[in-house]
Design a protein around this ligand. Structure first.
Ligand code: CU
Length: 153
């Protein structure tokens, strides 16, 4: 079942392809594909404490013949949503993340992650929050990220 809304805004293309499933807020699965040939799977958010930044993880597969870059991320559930890379015991902001043609990138503990700064109260285990990735060509991908606790449960 398709449970997440996804859409693409192309260059100068005003209309968006929109997929919408009934019961979107209640369905459990984190996997779906969008119209741009980008497939996001395994999405989740790790919330350690309500007051602390929460990390978002996923795998993104690029089934197109074009290299793409994630250039930013946003969510109404976060004061700010940043692209971060963990290195050892610290992390840094990155400007973009490559998603090579016919390749994939993983956002996972210890590496790339979305950093949800000032999470809203809806960012709590059991809930699902919408997060949007923006690509270098202006396209966007929005998906529901289930929130889990520090143990990933
Ligand atoms: Cu971070």
């Amino acid at each position: 079942m398709l449970w997440a809304r996804s859409f693409l805004r192309g260059n100068g293309r005003a209309a968006s392809a929109l997929l919408f499933a009934a019961g979107l807020a209640f369905a459990p699965g984190p996997t779906f594909a969008d119209e741009a040939g980008m497939t996001l799977s395994g999405a989740w958010v790790r919330s350690v404490l309500p007051s602390r930044p929460a990390a978002g993880y996923f795998t993104l597969k690029n089934d197109t013949g074009m290299d793409r870059k994630i250039v930013s991320a946003s969510s109404s559930a976060c004061g700010m949503l940043m692209l971060h890379l963990s290195k050892g015991d610290h992390m840094a902001m990155v400007d973009s993340v490559d998603v090579p043609a016919h390749g994939s990138v993983s956002f996972a503990p210890g590496g790339y992650h979305l950093m949800c700064m000032k999470p809203g109260e809806q960012v709590k285990p059991g809930a699902t929050v919408q997060m949007t990735l923006t690509f270098d060509d202006g396209g966007t991908l929005t998906a529901g990220f289930p929130v889990r606790n520090a143990k990933g449960e």
